[in-house]
Design a protein around this ligand. Structure first.
Ligand code: PMP
Length: 283
């Protein structure tokens, strides 16, 4: 598999970064995950722009302009043996000696990119929905930054794995935030509800697309604070991410959501999502 590191493409297995890279020592970096269908990156510009915002928030100088990022992704995608891909981009503040929390005087960011094969969610998950557990959000207060320092997300997601379910739904001060690696939507009485973007959550590219599709198809939606009680009493609960697309959460902490089946609004929205994807790929 061909990957990219600091200006050159080479086989993934041959790539190495210095052990003093600040990404390794501090988790001092940011990243993106971009889905690619039939070798066409989906919502690429949105992902590259979010990467730019993450870099700015982390005070890492963007090593590339927008055109260079697009070119890098396209070149990487062209060299993979599979059609559907998940492209991973990472920029760290680079190597620095000696170890010191303070930024190095001259930072040389490490830029890494590679692609995994992308598998759409299994049809059974779309048909039957998935289960989730809930947890208090133990992360920091800058979750809008897509940082590689993911220890809290890793611990939270492992809670789901330990419980044999798909995702951990996070609450802070009794309010719905997002999943450990996804955004969460609620449906109540035909209305779609989404937590409002803030520094407490990552505004997903898929989150934005779902709301865009809601507007296009005249599905009423509101971005507002959602309480844990509202989540438990929801008619439908969804999760969204670039890799999981859109899935219905039909069980939360052993409590059935709605009637325990993916709801009608989920099925409609997922179809809009698939149609949108197909149209973009054809264009
Ligand atoms: N929130 C978190 C914490 C995530 O890790 C992800 C996945 N990147 C998302 C939300 C969903 O974002 P997107 O739709 O851009 O994949």
């Amino acid at each position: 598999l061909i990957a990219y590191l600091n200006g050159a493409f080479a086989p993934l297995a041959t790539l190495q970064v210095p052990v003093l890279d600040r990404g390794f020592l501090f988790g001092d970096g940011v990243y993106e995950v971009i889905p690619v269908y039939s070798r066409r990156p989906f919502r690429l510009l949105e992902h590259i722009r979010r990467l730019g915002r993450s870099l700015a928030a982390a005070r890492i100088d963007d090593p590339h302009n927008e055109a260079q990022w697009l070119d890098l992704v396209h070149k990487l995608v062209a060299q993979q043996p599979f059609e559907d891909q998940s492209v991973y981009l990472q920029v760290t503040r680079g190597p620095a000696y000696p170890r010191n929390h303070v930024f190095p005087n001259v930072a040389q960011p490490t830029v890494f990119a590679y692609a995994d094969p992308l598998l759409p969610p299994a049809p059974a998950l779309v048909q039957q929905g998935v289960s989730a557990v809930s947890a208090d959000d133990i992360r920091w207060l800058r979750c809008n930054v897509k940082a590689t320092s993911l220890l809290a997300n890793v611990l939270l997601r492992q809670m789901a794995a330990d419980a044999g379910v798909t995702e951990t739904v996070l609450f802070r001060d009794g309010l719905l935030i997002e999943g450990s690696a996804s955004n969460i939507f609620v449906v109540k009485e035909g209305q779609l509800l989404a937590p409002p973007p803030s520094h407490l959550m990552l505004t997903g590219i898929t989150y934005d697309l779902v709301l865009e599709l809601a507007a296009t198809h005249r599905i009423a939606y509101q971005q507002r604070a959602i309480t844990a009680a509202e989540v438990r009493a929801a008619d439908e609960l969804w999760l969204s991410s670039s890799s999981k697309e859109l899935l219905a959460i039909t069980e939360l902490d052993d409590l059935k959501i709605g009637n325990g089946q993916p709801g009608p609004l989920y099925r409609a929205m997922y179809q809009h999502y698939l149609d949108f994807k197909r149209d973009v790929m054809r264009a």
